[in-house]
Design a protein around this ligand. Structure first.
Ligand code: CMP
Length: 135
């Protein structure tokens, strides 16, 4: 059993597709073991994406992630990290496979609707960032 962090980004919440996204995870065998809606401050968004702090898109990304409410979830299941990434699709919606969340709902590489942990290490950091008591 593995855990990963999933975020429905401000564009996904604004589009009213929280239920549609959760349905895709559950239909694919991922269980939601924690969930909450939060409205990040700029500082909190910067802390979450600290690994990207030297990247040219860091300021814009953290502005966007603090521009509206987001839904933060812990997904649990066999191979949860890889499975979640498969359901999300490639980072850039225009490269994402048909039927993935980012292909169906994403606008561009920044407004790409969902975030998912990319490794066991980042899952541990990210789950802890939002749900301190879970592990
Ligand atoms: P996410 O999975 O949330 O992790 C980091 C985010 O940075 C990524 O999704 C993208 O939304 C965002 N981002 C913005 N610009 C870029 C870029 N040029 N390359 C990669 N990621 C980018």
């Amino acid at each position: 059993m593995e855990r990963t962090l999933s975020i429905i980004k401000p564009d996904g919440v604004a589009k009213g597709i929280i239920g549609e996204i959760i349905k895709r995870f559950e239909n694919d065998g991922l269980r939601i073991s924690a969930i909450k809606m939060v409205y990040l401050t700029k500082k909190e968004a910067e802390g979450f994406y600290i690994v990207h702090k030297e990247r040219p898109f860091y300021n814009s990304l953290t502005d966007f992630m603090s521009s509206g409410p987001i839904v933060v979830m812990v997904l649990e299941g066999n191979d949860a990290i890889r499975k979640n990434r498969e359901i999300m699709g490639a980072t850039n919606p225009k490269d994402a496979d048909t039927g993935t969340i980012r292909r169906d709902f994403g606008t561009n590489v920044e407004k790409n609707t969902v975030h998912g942990s990319d490794s066991l290490e980042s899952a541990a950091f990210e789950i802890d960032y939002f749900f301190k008591s879970l592990h």
